[in-house]
Structures are given as structure tokens and as C-alpha cells.
Design a protein around this ligand. Structure first.
Ligand code: CA
Ligand code: CA
Length: 209
């Protein structure tokens, strides 16, 4: 339980001058710039929808006939500390043989996912976060703070929480979710959200949350 987490040292804010400007000058300059940044945040809060949101939410059709774990909704949040992804299924049962992959894109320039959290959907399942290559996981486990919780009963869902440090403190993330169910072995049922190898809208961490 509780794998160790490498936390990076906090980045210095961009406006901190480390070149040795005198205290008074630096003090007044930083407070003026900090004030400007603060005003920009207020304006963004009141103004039009930002290009990037902190949240993503989508419903998914009942299109994976033959599997109880048909994906019905995905919600995600890129918070100040974590990326949280919740996947809701038609019917999550403790004896499920299905598996879930939560792909995470942190680099739009590199094709496919950079990370993938893989989990079974049965009671007592293991789960693991690895680096990804394209749309495949690798054997490169990421040693950091993350968790997947299965919620039985009416919730029928999985909640995955990944510390941002696991992902290299990304500016923006996108997610894509895949469920694969071997059912009885004769017909493997696969369901993706939002679509096969398609990403959610980008999410950026909430400001000051
Ligand atoms: Ca579905
Ligand atoms: Ca990528």
C-alpha cells in the first residue's frame, strides 16, 4: 500500500528574479506582476469559457452488448495535485473478467499515450501505472502515488487518482478509456470512450483550487 512518491521540488514562479536584483526593486516588481496575474485570473473567471477546462465529462452509449461493463460515462478532472478519472459502467460485478485501461496523453506531439493505468474489474484486482508507447503499455512501471478504487452497487464505477508528479507535472492532459471483456472467451467485447484511440478534450489544472 502507498507506493513511494517522488515529489519534485516546487518550481519557482516565473517572475522570481534570481539574478540578484536589489530587495526593494525586486519586491515592488514582483508585487506588481503578481497583481497583474491576479487580475488576469479574475477576468478569466468572469469571461468567456477558457480554451482549456479543468473538467471533462461525457456519456457513452449502451453499445457494448454482451458485456456487463459497457462504459456509460467518463468524468475527469485535472486538479492542482491530481488527475482523477471516473468511469461508470452498466453493471460492475465482483467476478468480472474484464479489464480497464485509462490512457493519459501528456505530450500532444508524441503519437498516442504517454502513460496508461491498467486494472482488472474484479474484486481484489491489481492495477498498475506504466509508461506507454503509442497505445500500448510497457513494462516501465511508474513508481509514484496513484490509486484505483472500484465502487460496487449503484455506483458501478472505477475512480482512478494519479498524482500529477507521476505524469511529469504536465501542463495539460487528455484521457481515453478502453474496456476489454473476454466474456466467455468466444467473443471479446471492447468499448472505448470517447471513441477508439480518440482523446478527451484537454484539461489544465485548476487555478488556485
Ligand atoms: Ca459504451
Ligand atoms: Ca501523446
Amino acid at each position: 500500500m502507498g507506493p513511494s512518491c517522488h515529489r519534485r521540488t516546487a518550481h519557482l514562479p516565473k517572475w522570481v528574479d534570481v539574478t540578484g536584483v536589489g530587495g526593494d526593486t525586486l519586491g515592488s516588481m514582483t508585487s506588481r506582476i503578481a497583481l497583474t496575474v491576479g487580475s488576469a485570473v479574475v477576468v478569466a473567471g468572469l469571461g468567456a469559457a477558457p480554451a482549456h477546462a479543468e473538467f471533462y465529462s461525457t456519456s457513452d452509449p449502451a453499445d457494448a452488448k454482451g458485456s456487463l461493463t459497457d462504459i456509460r460515462a467518463v468524468r475527469a478532472k485535472h486538479g492542482a495535485a491530481n488527475v482523477v478519472v471516473k468511469v461508470r459502467f452498466q453493471d460492475l460485478t465482483r467476478s468480472s473478467a474484464a479489464g480497464l485501461s485509462i490512457f493519459v496523453d501528456t505530450d500532444r506531439g508524441a503519437k498516442g499515450a504517454e502513460f496508461v493505468l491498467s486494472s482488472g474489474l474484479n474484486d481484489g484486482t491489481d492495477y498498475v501505472l506504466t509508461e506507454a508507447s503509442g497505445w500500448r503499455g510497457t513494462d516501465q512501471r511508474v513508481d509514484c502515488d496513484y490509486q484505483a478504487k472500484l465502487r460496487w452497487g449503484a455506483k458501478n464505477s472505477v475512480r482512478a487518482r494519479i498524482d500529477r508528479s507521476c505524469l511529469g507535472e504536465p501542463q495539460s492532459v487528455r484521457v481515453s478509456v478502453k474496456m476489454a471483456d473476454p466474456t466467455d472467451g468466444s467473443a471479446r467485447v471492447v468499448d472505448w470512450s470517447p471513441e477508439r484511440r480518440r482523446w478527451s478534450l484537454p484539461m489544465e489544472p485548476g487555478l488556485g483550487a
